[in-house]
Design a protein around this ligand. Structure first.
Ligand code: FPP
Ligand code: MG
Length: 323
């Protein structure tokens, strides 16, 4: 099953989300609408809105605010990707030129801020102190994760625990908050809300581990974005940490050189051979698989429904995806 087939049970809600998402970004200035038109070509997986809508549906108490919240989480997510592509100097995102490659860094920085602030405007109109507080904290955590990642570039002491902390903050936090908001606005009790938050956190971390594997082994035409950016930018992701960990002391230094000197090199054959020899990718996929299983056990208490089944399918898609 592909992403669209998996999400078919909430197709109507996602269609409503889609039609409102770009309208909400509209401006009285045509120049800004040109930027919105560009970002409207970014048709992503809609993982965060889907998590939010499905979490709500699991409690059988869907509210109109859920659509607003789905728009908010996707707008904030899109803002982070616009900024992330500037940092990573990525030229392609979701099969189209990245904002920075088409409009330059200055416009893209400000357009990221535009998306981010529009998301918060919609959120604050919902008049929920809890939701505003949660999303403010989430964006703060997400920025912390991104800052830690930047500060730990080319750092030979970076270990698996540091890595897991970074991905939990930069990626999993927004997935966790999407599930939490979905459950909260559907009237879930505190325990159920906590379980859905943990589900989103574990699923989001697994998603990022696979993203980091695809950054090394994926095919740009299939994935639809610039790959190989982690190694080029000295980011020690799980497969690389595992690789260095598995090597005897006398081979570590040469491997760091191979990783750190690859900025201008598009040929990662030597790196691939090493990763395969030490099962570093297989190991990373295993960690992600265990996280998905843990995530699913968090929500096993929920009565069976098509929405629970869809969350299950989505969780399995996260680790089997090729894009
Ligand atoms: C993707 O990482 C990046 C993130 C999940 C978070 C990025 C966050 C920021 C840049 C902070 C900006 C904050 C605001 C509020 C605008 P990746 O490079 O591993 O993923 P990719 O392969 O999709 O590029
Ligand atoms: Mg990136």
């Amino acid at each position: 099953m592909n992403n669209a087939e998996i999400l078919n049970p909430i197709k109507d809600l996602l269609d409503e989300f889609e039609s409102r998402f770009y309208k909400e970004l509209g401006s009285e200035h045509t120049g800004i609408n040109d930027l919105v038109a560009h970002v409207s070509k970014f048709k992503g997986k809609r993982l965060r809105p889907a998590l939010l809508l499905l979490s709500a549906k699991c409690f059988d108490n869907f509210q109109p605010q859920h659509i607003d919240l789905a728009i908010v989480v996707e707008m904030i997510h899109t803002a982070t990707l616009v900024h992330d592509d500037i940092i990573d100097e990525a030229t392609v995102r979701r099969f189209v030129p990245s904002m920075n490659s088409e409009w330059g860094r200055e416009i893209s920085i400000l357009f990221g801020d535009y998306l981010f602030s529009r998301g918060f405007t919609i959120l604050s109109a919902l008049d929920s102190q809890l939701a505003t507080m949660l999303m403010s904290q989430t964006v703060n955590i997400l920025c912390e994760g991104e800052l830690l990642q930047l500060q730990k570039r080319y750092n030979k002491d970076m270990n698996e625990r540091d890595y897991l902390q970074i991905i939990e903050k930069k990626t999993a936090s927004l997935c966790a908050s999407s599930c939490r908001l979905g459950a909260y606005f559907a009237g879930a009790n505190k325990d159920a809300m906590e379980s859905f938050t943990k589900f989103g956190l574990k699923l989001g971390a697994a998603f990022q581990i696979i993203d980091d594997c695809l950054d090394i082994v994926g095919d740009e035409d299939e994935v639809g974005k610039t790959l190989n950016t982690d190694i080029k930018k000295g980011k020690m992701t799980l497969p690389l940490i595992k690789l260095v960990d598995s090597l005897p002391q006398n081979r570590k230094e040469d491997t760091y050189k191979l990783i750190y000197n690859s900025q201008d090199c598009d040929d990662n054959t030597a790196m691939m051979e090493l990763l395969t020899e030490h099962d570093a990718l297989e190991y990373s996929y295993g960690v992600a698989r265990n996280m998905v299983n843990d995530a699913l056990s968090e929500i096993s208490f929920i009565p069976d429904s098509i929405y629970k089944e869809t969350l299950n399918n989505l969780a399995n898609y996260v680790i089997s995806r090729r894009k």
